[in-house]
Design a protein around this ligand. Structure first.
Ligand code: PLP
Length: 447
């Protein structure tokens, strides 16, 4: 194989790449090549593993429900069976399946009696559903800034965000990592404020050997199509509190308690909706769950490999884990991109170049606390009535999150399915980034 590059450039690439790629010749050569965005050959053309994954077992599970004619919860055994198995897998006493992760969070707040006029704490670096359930209860969202090293809520800032009005804290285990539960549970415990863990991205993640989602008052999961355990749309609430379990159940079942079936119209709880999971989804989740542990191990192995490769590249800063995070579910592989180490190549152009090399990637979330729709909501009649004017007036400065804003401008994500591939797939990612770095000045100029 003869390098098409001028010798000087090739040698420079080989030297700077050798430590990263362990001298794998074809990858070194790939990195020396011209960027695909500038007309060169892409590092790879093969797709990454697809998602979802299914086979005849999943087909049989769904078809079985169809043929049974028992499609709704309670009609058949599937949802109850899934609740028992997921609860056991996670190590929680109670599991309530819900229509999706949003309704798991909504039912948790409903079960806890979070009310109009309350304040609820959350991180700004999360999917919008974490926020929406707070607004649905006419509570005031209070954002706590992000720890850019881990992409998680900066728990050191939690205490200062609590007031007399605070009735719940919703920390998020973002990307499948764990937020600092030691600090969060200690601060919340001191003030007897319930913690609703948003574990919608963190199936099988652990904090000090225990599954996340089992340490707060409730833990909420999503089985939406992109999540590590998937049935299209689905969710679950975990709790070890029997009374709270019944309240969440009633909230998700139009105020009807567990024993209430068919035409028994007695009501429990104060408010409710229909947030139930169907038997189709219950059966599909049972089939999908059989793969969860093995898939999680593959993701972990590949994420460890990828971290090892990428942290050697100047300007690429993979998200770190807290010491207490004993297992990461890697729903996302996240890192910060420092353009200064890439000749000032803007992140958007870096992402375009990476995609051109055959590596799908995303810039991730934008600052949620700065969303204009929140301010519009706080100006509505309901919020104006519920909260003192000066409280609403100072809300924006109180919930400003400068570290999160910087993080949102620097973040890059890969999705969980990319981690289901081979060690070579991870090397391709590293090679593509190295190649872009090698040609960063050229890429920046041609933008
Ligand atoms: C996916 C997700 C949700 C909502 O789950 P849905 O099933 O889509 O309703 C909530 N929080 C986080 C962090 C999520 O990633």
């Amino acid at each position: 194989m003869s390098p098409v590059l001028p010798r000087r450039a090739f040698v420079k690439t080989v030297v700077s790449s050798a430590t990263v790629l362990g001298g794998v010749p074809h990858l070194l050569l790939a990195a020396a090549d011209k960027p695909a965005l500038l007309g060169g050959r892409p590092v790879r053309t093969a797709p990454f593993p697809g998602w979802p994954v299914f086979d005849e077992h999943d087909e049989a599970a769904v078809a079985g429900v169809l043929r049974s004619g028992r499609w709704g919860r309670g009609g058949g055994p599937q949802v109850a069976r899934f609740e028992a198995e997921f609860g056991r897998l996670m190590g929680a006493q109670h599991c309530l399946a819900t229509a999706n992760g949003t309704s798991a969070l909504f039912a948790s707040l409903g079960g806890l009696g979070i009310s109009p006029g309350d304040e609820v704490i959350l991180p700004p670096y999360t999917f919008v559903a974490t926020l929406n359930v707070i607004l649905l209860q006419y509570a005031l969202p209070i954002f706590v800034d992000t720890d850019p090293e881990t992409f998680q809520m900066d728990a050191r800032r939690l205490k200062a965000a609590i007031t007399e009005r605070t009735t719940a804290i919703i920390p998020v285990h973002l990307g499948g990592g764990a937020c600092d539960l030691d600090t969060i549970l200690a601060v919340a415990g001191e003030r007897r404020i319930p913690v609703v863990e948003d574990a919608c991205q963190a199936h099988l993640a652990e904090w000090r050997g225990r599954r996340v989602g089992t340490l707060g008052a409730t833990g909420c999961f999503s089985f939406q199509a992109s999540k590590n355990l998937n049935c299209g749309e689905g969710g679950a609430v975990l709790t070890n509190d029997s009374e709270l379990a019944e309240k969440c159940y009633a909230f998700h079942n139009n105020c009807r308690g567990r024993g209430t079936a068919g035409y028994d119209f007695t009501y429990l709880g104060s408010r409710g909706a229909n947030l139930r999971l169907t038997e189709f989804q219950g059966a599909l989740l049972l089939a999908q769950m059989a793969r969860l542990e093995a898939q999680s191990r593959v993701r972990e192995q590949n994420a460890v490999r990828l971290t090892r490769l990428l942290r050697e590249i100047p300007g690429i800063l993979p998200a770190k884990s807290y010491e207490g995070c004993t297992r990461n579910a890697y729903h996302l592989f996240m890192f910060r991109y420092d353009a200064r180490a890439f000749a000032g190549l803007p992140r958007g152009r870096f992402l375009d170049a990476l995609r051109a090399e055959g590596i799908p990637c995303s810039p991730g979330y934008s600052p949620l606390n700065e969303e204009p729709f929140i301010r519009a909501t706080l100006r509505t009649r309901a919020y104006q009535r519920l909260f003192p004017a000066d409280l609403l007036e100072h809300w924006a400065e109180r919930t400003a999150c400068p570290a999160n804003r910087r993080l949102c401008a620097e973040a890059v994500w890969f999705t969980q399915n990319m981690l289901l591939g081979t060690a070579e797939d991870m090397e391709h990612i590293a090679a593509a980034i190295l190649k872009i770095r090698e040609h960063a000045a050229e890429l920046a100029k041609s933008a």
